[in-house]
Design a protein around this ligand. Structure first.
Ligand SMILES: [Zn+2]
Length: 91
C-alpha cells in the first residue's frame, strides 16, 4: 500500500503548463525543485493510499484540480519568486 500526495503530480503538470509560456524563468533542476516546493507549501496536500494498480487512475482523477484557481495562483507566485531569486546562482 502506497501513500502519496497527489498534489505533487498536479503541481508538476500545472508548473510545466505555465512555464511553456514563460521565457524569462530558469527551468534548471534546482529552480524547478524550488518552484515545486514553494507551490506545494502554499497548497493543502492531497494524500491518497492506493494499491499499485489503482494509483494512476487516482492521480488522473485529481488532474482536474490543476485547473483550480488556487493551484494556478500558487504556481504563478512560485515562478515569479524563483525568477527574482534564482538559487542556482548561489551554488
Ligand atoms: Zn536555475
Amino acid at each position: 500500500m502506497a501513500v502519496i500526495n497527489t498534489m505533487e503530480n498536479v503541481v508538476d503538470v500545472a508548473l510545466s503548463e505555465l512555464l511553456r509560456d514563460e521565457t524569462e524563468c530558469c527551468t534548471c533542476e534546482r529552480c524547478m525543485n524550488d518552484m515545486k516546493c514553494l507551490a506545494l507549501n502554499a497548497l493543502p496536500p492531497k494524500y491518497v493510499s492506493s494499491e499499485r494498480g489503482e494509483l494512476f487512475s487516482k492521480i488522473n482523477n485529481t488532474m482536474a484540480q490543476q485547473r483550480s484557481i488556487d493551484i494556478r495562483v500558487a504556481c504563478i507566485n512560485a515562478i515569479e519568486f524563483v525568477k527574482g531569486h534564482p538559487h542556482h546562482r548561489m551554488d
